[in-house]
Design a protein. Structure first.
Lengths: 493, 257
C-alpha cells in the first residue's frame, strides 16, 4: 500500500468496504501516473484501438437491429432497481432454494472470508488442483493467490485468462482480460510457457486456440474441483447461470465432482423470467453477438449427473456499502458486459491496467472507489472526460457520469484539511456569485495580456496547474474587454 | 421575441466574439437581445470538479441574473446541459428547494443556440454566407445530454458558400472534459491528438462546434502544431454574411499561431 493511504480501516458511508492487503481493487499508482506510462506504449495503443473499435462496431450492429432495445434496456434497469430494493429478501430466498436442491450456501463478508471458505472447501476434497471458469468476483478477491498460498495449483481455463495467467500478467478488461495483447504477443507467451507446445506454432488464431485446447483438455479431464463465478442467480428456483463463448465453462461446470461458485450478492434476480431480459441484453452488449454460444444453468445437485457437491459463496466485500449510497448504488446493476469500456475514449488510450483494479473503464471508475472507500481510489472518479458514451451504451442504463461527479464530491467533502484546489474553488464560488467581484476578476485576467506581449497566445511555460494545459495546447490571450462590458458600454445596463 | 443572452463565463472572458456573433445573429433574425449584466457562470465547473456545495451560490446568482427572462439562449451545449441537468439537483441536495424550483423553471426556458434556432424559431437557413471548407465536431454534451442531433448540420448545410466535410470519428470526445484536461493532461492530450488527426485529415480550413470550451481545446492544440486549420464557433459562422454585418467578427483563427 502507498504512503498516502490513511491508516484506519477503509469505509464508505461508514460501512465496511473491501479490506486492504487482499484482492485486486487498488492500484499502487494514481490513474494519471499509471496512464502516463501506458500512453507511451505504442503497441498497447494500437492493440486497444483495434480491439475496441472492432467490438464497438459489432455491438452497434446487433443492438441497432432490435426495434425494442430501448424498452429492453428500461426493463433491465427497472428489474435491477427493484431487486436491489429488496436484496436481503431475494438472497435469503436464493439460499433456501439452493439448500433445498442439495447445495450449500456460505456467506462471505469480505475477500478474506471468501478466500478462507473456498480454500477450506478445496482442501476438504483432498485434491491439489483447481480448474477455474472466468470470474470477476474471484479476480476481485485474489482467490488464485490465496489458493496458491495454500499449496494448490490453479488453472484458468478461459482462453484470455489463460493468456494472462501464463504471461504472469494482470487482466486489463472485464470481458477480454488479454485485450492488451495481440496475436504475436500471445504466440510468444504460449511458445514460452506451454509444455510440449508445437515449436512451429504461428500466430494464426486457430493454431493458438488449438494449442490452448490441447493444454486445457488434459486438465478438464483430471480436475476434481472447479471454481466459477455466476452471471445470474435466480432466487425463486435457486438456479445459477454462467454465459460464455468457449465451452471451457461447460467443461468445468459439468465434469468435476465438486463445484464452488463465488458470486457477488448483486447478481441475484428474483425470477426465472427475468433472465429473458438479461440474456438478450448481455451478449449483444458484451461480445456483439445475438446469443452467446454456451448458457449453463444448474440448481443444487442432480444425483448421477454433474458435480455431486455444490457450494455457493455469497460475497459482500463492500457491496452493502455501495447499496447504502443512493446515487452510487446504481453501479450494482452492472451485468459486467464491458460495453462501457469499449466505447470509453479514456479506456481506449490509457488501457485497463491504468485503473489499478480488476474493474477498469467507466464502470470500474465508479465501482472500485465505492467498494474500497473513495479515499483508497481517489483518482478514479476523475479519470473521465464525462463524455457520456458509457451511459449511452449501458444495457441497464447506469448513469455513470452522474455517479463519477457524485464521487468527486464525496472525495472533496471527505478532506479534513483544505487543499489548494479547494481554497481556489471556494474563492471562485464567492467571486462567481457576486457580479461586482466577477467583473473585477475578469479584469484581473487581463494581466495575461502583459505576459503575452502582444502575441495572440500566452507563453507555453506557465506555472502549475496552468502548465497542465499549456504543455500541449496554446491558451488565447485574454481580450481587452469582455462581451458583457462592451455590451453594457454600447447599450447601457 | 425578447431573448436574454447567456454568454457563459468562458466565452465572456476569453472569446467574447462568440457571444457577439450570437447577439448579431439573433438580431438579424428580428429578435430583441438583452444581456443581463449580473450573469457569470452556470456552476458546471464547480459541480463537475466535486464542489457541488460551492456551486449553489453560483446557481443562485444565475437564477437572479436571468429572473423573468422570456427565453434564454447560450452558445454552449455544455452550459445549457448543466442548467438542464445539474443546477436544480445541486440546489435540492443542499436543501435549497425554492432555488431548485426556480432553476428548474428557468431551465425550461433555456436553449442551446442550434436548438433555439431550429426548434423555437423554426429556421434552418439563417441567411449566412461563409465561403470556407468546414468540418463539424459534435461536442459530447450537445450530442448526448442535449441530443441536438442533426440541427447544427441542418444550419450549416443552409450556409451559402460553405463546403461541409464529414469528420471521421466525429462522436469521439476531444479530450477537453473541463478540469480533466489539466488533472489528466496526458490522457486528454492523447484524445486531442486523435481528434486533431481526424480534423486535419478532412483538409478543412475550419473546425466548428457548438461549444467554445471544446473549441479552445482543439484550437489550442492545432495552434500549437501550427496546423493552419482554425476553430470557429458555430455562432460565428451563422452570423457571417456577404456584407460582413459583424465588423468585429473574428475571421482570424480563434487562437492563432
Amino acid at each position: 500500500m502507498t504512503a498516502t493511504v490513511p491508516p484506519k480501516a477503509p469505509t464508505f458511508l461508514g460501512l465496511p468496504t473491501a479490506p486492504r492487503g487482499v484482492g485486486h481493487l487498488r492500484g499502487d499508482q494514481s490513474f494519471p501516473d499509471a496512464a502516463r506510462g501506458a500512453l507511451r506504449d505504442g503497441q498497447l495503443r494500437a492493440n486497444l484501438g483495434h480491439a475496441t473499435s472492432t467490438i464497438r462496431g459489432k455491438r452497434a450492429k446487433v443492438v441497432d437491429e432490435l426495434p425494442d432495445w430501448a424498452q429492453l434496456r428500461e426493463a433491465g434497469r427497472a428489474l435491477k432497481a427493484a431487486t436491489m430494493a429488496r436484496l436481503d429478501e431475494h438472497l435469503e430466498e436464493l439460499e433456501r432454494q439452493v439448500t433445498a436442491r442439495g447445495g450449500v450456501v456460505h456467506w462471505a463478508r469480505d475477500a478474506n472470508e471468501a478466500n478462507e471458505i473456498v480454500t477450506r472447501l478445496v482442501q476438504a476434497t483432498g485434491t491439489t488442483e483447481v480448474v477455474k471458469v472466468k470470474s470477476m468476483a474471484t479476480q476481485e478477491i485474489g482467490l488464485n493467490e490465496a489458493l496458491e498460498a495454500a499449496g494448490l495449483d490453479v488453472f484458468e481455463t478461459d482462453l484470455a485468462e489463460l493468456i494472462v495467467q501464463l504471461g504472469e500478467d494482470k487482466p486489463s478488461h472485464i470481458l477480454v482480460p488479454a485485450i492488451h495483447k495481440n496475436r504475436a504477443e500471445i504466440r510468444e507467451i504460449f511458445a514460452r510457457t506451454i509444455p510440449g507446445v508445437d515449436p512451429d506454432l504461428t500466430d494464426d488464431p486457430r493454431q493458438l486456440a488449438m494449442a490452448a485446447r490441447t493444454h486445457l483438455r488434459e486438465r478438464f479431464l483430471r480436475a476434481r474441483v472447479a471454481v466459477s463465478g455466476a452471471n445470474f442467480a435466480v432466487a425463486e428456483t435457486g438456479t445459477l447461470t454462467v454465459v460464455e463463448s468457449e465451452g471451457n465453462g461447460r467443461m468445468c461446470l459439468t465434469l468435476p465432482e465438486t463445484l464452488i461458485t463465488v458470486m457477488g450478492i448483486e447478481k441475484v434476480v428474483p425470477t426465472w423470467r427475468d433472465l429473458e431480459v438479461f440474456l438478450q441484453l448481455l451478449p449483444r452488449s458484451s461480445t456483439g453477438e445475438r446469443m452467446n454460444p454456451y448458457t449453463s444453468t444448474w440448481a443444487g445437485v442432480t444425483p448421477g449427473d454433474g458435480p455431486q457437491e455444490f457450494h455457493l459463496v455469497l460475497l459482500d466485500n463492500g457491496r452493502t456499502a455501495v447499496l447504502a449510497d443512493e446515487v452510487g448504488r446504481e453501479a450494482l446493476h452492472c451485468i459486467r458486459c464491458s460495453a462501457c469500456l469499449n466505447v470509453c475514449p479514456v479506456y481506449e488510450r490509457a488501457g485497463g491496467h491504468s485503473y489499478g483494479s480488476v474493474y477498469p473503464g467507466p464502470i470500474g471508475a465508479v465501482l472500485s472507489p465505492m467498494l474500497t472507500g473513495v479515499e483508497d481510489n481517489a483518482s478514479l472518479p476523475y479519470a473521465s472526460s464525462l463524455c457520456g458514451a458509457c451511459y449511452d451504451v449501458c444495457p441497464v442504463a447506469i448513469d455513470i457520469p452522474s455517479i463519477l461527479v457524485h464521487l468527486r464530491a464525496e472525495h472533496v467533502e471527505a478532506q479534513e484539511r483544505p487543499t489548494a484546489e479547494a481554497v481556489a474553488f471556494r474563492g471562485l464560488s464567492k467571486v462567481m456569485s457576486h457580479p461586482r467581484l466577477w467583473h473585477l476578476a475578469q479584469r484581473a485576467s487581463r494581466l495575461g495580456r502583459l505576459i503575452a506581449r502582444g502575441r495572440p497566445t500566452l507563453p507555453n511555460a506557465l506555472p502549475p496547474p496552468v502548465s497542465g494545459w499549456t504543455r500541449s495546447r496554446d491558451l488565447p490571450t485574454p481580450p481587452k474587454e469582455t462581451f458583457v462590458e462592451s455590451w453594457v458600454r454600447e447599450h447601457g445596463s | 421575441m425578447k431573448v436574454a443572452l447567456f454568454a457563459t463565463c468562458l466565452v465572456d472572458t476569453l472569446t467574447p466574439s462568440v457571444a457577439r456573433a450570437t447577439a448579431t445573429l439573433l438580431q438579424r433574425l428580428g429578435h430583441e437581445v438583452v444581456v443581463p449584466p449580473g450573469q457569470s457562470c452556470c456552476g458546471q465547473m464547480h459541480v463537475n470538479t466535486g464542489y457541488r456545495r460551492e456551486a449553489v451560490p453560483i446557481v443562485a446568482n444565475h437564477v437572479r441574473a436571468f429572473a423573468g427572462a422570456e427565453a434564454i439562449v447560450a452558445p454552449s451545449g455544455s452550459c445549457v446541459a448543466s442548467i438542464h441537468h445539474q443546477q436544480a439537483a445541486v440546489a435540492r441536495r443542499a436543501g435549497e428547494h425554492r432555488l431548485a424550483d426556480e432553476a428548474e423553471e428557468l431551465a425550461g426556458r433555456t436553449y442551446e443556440l442550434s436548438q433555439f434556432l431550429v426548434d423555437v424559431l423554426g429556421v434552418t437557413d439563417v441567411g449566412a454566407y461563409y465561403p470556407h471548407r468546414v468540418t463539424y465536431h459534435p461536442t459530447c454534451h450537445s450530442l448526448r445530454l442535449l441530443k441536438v442531433g442533426d440541427r447544427p448540420y441542418q444550419l450549416l448545410r443552409a450556409v451559402r458558400g460553405l463546403e461541409l466535410v464529414e469528420l471521421p470519428g466525429a462522436e469521439q470526445c476531444c479530450g477537453f472534459g473541463g478540469t480533466f484536461a489539466v488533472k489528466n493532461a496526458d490522457t486528454s492530450t492523447a484524445m486531442l491528438t486523435d481528434k486533431m488527426a481526424n480534423v486535419l485529415g478532412t483538409h478543412a480550413e475550419v473546425c466548428t462546434a457548438g461549444d467554445a470550451s471544446c473549441l479552445m481545446h482543439i484550437g489550442g492544440g492545432l495552434s500549437r502544431l501550427r496546423a493552419g486549420t482554425r476553430t470557429v464557433h458555430l455562432a460565428e459562422i451563422l452570423a457571417s454574411t456577404e456584407e460582413a454585418v459583424t465588423p468585429d467578427q473574428q475571421t482570424r483563427p480563434a487562437v492563432s499561431a
